[in-house]
Design a protein around this ligand. Structure first.
Ligand SMILES: Cc1ncc(COP(=O)(O)O)c(C=O)c1O
Length: 420
């Protein structure tokens, strides 16, 4: 289990001041996960299955659980184990990776009680039936290929049954289970056009009508957006309106369930990464975190992640554009940005890179011996939110009282004097 430093800090700057961390620091704001989960529960009339891949950290899972989220979209045997062992049988696990190993299917079903499996081809259906000994109590979800036109990060290339095979697959899945059968899709991550959900649901509807089957579940997948500088999505209400209206128009069972698998939207604004400048060469900042660490998306997806200099004693009023290099020896460990920071950034400064609660720590590797990241709780809420103002800002001591927080009593604090 990952561990987290307590007590909580009021801000990431306080954490840096207190800990003088050698490696990168993941900033955890469970109160922002709660705000997002509360919003989804109050506004989207769907069963929520959090996409664990976005951030499997214990503080994020626990914050969701504390907010009443019980559904988890898991993609691997390790994610099944993580969630099942953490929350027990009350957790509803849906194994939503369209290509699973035989062992993963078997263990999920027999050892962890998973009953919901996705598939996008007949071969995968056969694997699921084989490894569950022809179980009749499965909820089988057929993942359909849909347009990813509205997405900033399309995910259409790899998975999804195309219209020519979807009808046959839907009929086979229907015949294979006495329990629920459903459809799912993914409109692509960071979907900027709410109408993309309507278009996908209408594509799914056409496949259902062609197949002539009864469908019990419509799973609209992930794709719900977060706010990055210069990438302002429409308000989340607009997504809810499109989805609920399209659901009404679908030819599905009268008591059909609506599901969603948000990842990014539930955790993005709840996490940041604090990284230290180890060297400056003109406009290039060499950091202690990078593409092989917590900054894969910040490096390769080339979105304008928000950045903030954390330094005591003030900085230049003038800003300048900077490039980032990560700590590994690989030259693709580089982010062109440009990242606008005070012009006098220098060695020893810390930079907070925001909106990295999703697909930040989740993607880190140990390449070159780097990747050791501390996690600290912070009570602030500095970035713009999809879920209203950060009025739910807790007192610092309340943040540390999150369930599941592990006290790192033996965590070494640096005795070195901090560089001024
Ligand atoms: C099957 C599935 N569901 C949900 C998600 C979460 O998507 P997002 O983070 O865009 O909400 C993903 C992301 O890759 C996915 O593959």
């Amino acid at each position: 289990m990952d561990s987290i430093h307590t007590p909580a800090f009021a801000t990431p700057a306080d954490a840096v001041r207190a800990l003088a961390p050698e490696g990168p620091v993941a900033i955890a704001r469970p109160h922002r996960v709660k705000a997002a989960a509360d919003w989804f529960k109050a506004n989207l009339p769907a069963d929520i299955f959090y996409a664990v891949k976005a951030n499997p950290s214990s503080w994020a899972l626990d914050a969701l659980w504390a907010a009443g989220v019980r559904g988890f979209d898991v993609a691997s045997e390790a994610e099944v184990k993580l969630v099942a062992e953490r929350f027990g049988p009350e957790a509803k696990l849906a194994f939503m990776h369209p290509v699973k190993s035989r062992r993963a299917i078997g263990r999920a079903y027999h050892d962890y009680g998973v009953r919901t499996f996705v598939l996008d081809c007949e071969e995968e259906l056969a694997k699921i039936l084989d490894e569950t000994n022809g179980a009749k109590d499965l909820t089988l979800i057929v993942r359909l290929a849909v347009s990813n036109d509205g997405a900033s990060l399309p995910l259409a290339a790899k998975f999804g049954a195309t219209p020519d095979v979807a009808a046959t697959l839907l009929r086979k899945a229907r015949g294979a289970t006495e329990e629920l059968m459903g459809v799912s899709f993914h409109v692509g991550s960071q979907c900027m056009r709410p109408v993309a959900y309507t278009a996908a649901m209408m594509e799914a509807n056409r496949a259902i009508i062609r197949a002539g089957v009864l469908v019990d579940v419509v799973d609209v997948g992930g794709g719900f957006p977060a706010r990055y500088p210069g990438m302002e999505p429409p308000p989340m209400d607009a997504y809810v309106r499109e989805i609920t209206a399209a659901f009404e128009r679908m030819f599905v069972a009268q008591n059909a369930q609506l599901w969603a698998e948000p990842g990014r939207a539930l955790v993005a604004e709840a996490g940041s990464i604090v990284t230290r400048v180890d060297l400056r060469k003109d406009d290039a900042l060499y950091l202690n975190d990078g593409a092989y660490g917590n900054l894969f998306d910040a490096t390769h997806v080339k979105w304008p992640f928000p950045v903030k200099l954390l330094r005591d004693g003030g900085s230049a009023a003038k800003t300048a554009p900077f490039r980032f290099y990560g700590p590994t020896c690989d030259s693709i460990d580089a982010a062109q940005g440009p990242f606008e920071l005070p012009a006098d950034v220098r060695e020893g400064d810390h930079i907070e890179i925001g909106m990295l609660g999703a697909y930040g720590v989740a993607m880190a590797t140990r390449f070159n011996g780097f990747g050791d990241t501390a996690t600290v709780l912070s009570a602030d809420a500095p970035w713009p939110s999809m879920f209203g103002a950060a009025e739910a800002k807790p007192a610092v001591d309340q943040v540390a009282e999150q369930p599941g927080v592990v006290r790192m009593a033996d965590r070494k604090r640096s005795s070195k004097p901090r560089r001024k």
